[in-house]
Write a protein that binds this ligand. Structure first.
Ligand code: FES
Length: 102
């Protein structure tokens, strides 16, 4: 299946402590800012159903709001179960425009 860049958000739409919950190409995607970099991960927790972008962020980690699985935002690694590693998506920034590849 081919992958395509999707316009996701503007730089001014998010902040360190304000990730975005997005739906791109029918997929829920969480878009996070850490320092001046942007990271996109699958947003639906692989354990059951909760949106990770609405969870509890602690530095580079995000905790699922439902059963407290913890994931590394930059790599998608599952740090604390229940869960598995998340799919991550490439992100690019052109001026103000943030795009996500999926
Ligand atoms: S739904 Fe995320 S840990 Fe259960």
């Amino acid at each position: 299946m081919s992958t395509v860049w999707h316009k996701a958000a503007l730089v001014s739409d998010l902040a360190e402590d304000e990730p975005l919950t997005l739906k791109l190409a029918g997929k829920e995607v969480g878009l996070f800012q850490l320092d001046e970099e942007y990271y996109a991960i699958e947003d639906v927790c692989p354990h059951a159903y909760a949106l990770l972008s609405q969870g509890f962020a602690d530095g580079e980690e995000i905790e699922c709001p439902l059963h407290n699985a913890v994931f590394h935002i930059k790599t998608g690694k599952c740090i604390k179960e229940p869960g598995r590693d998340l799919i991550t998506f490439d992100v690019k920034v052109d001026g103000e425009q943030i795009s996500v590849k999926l």
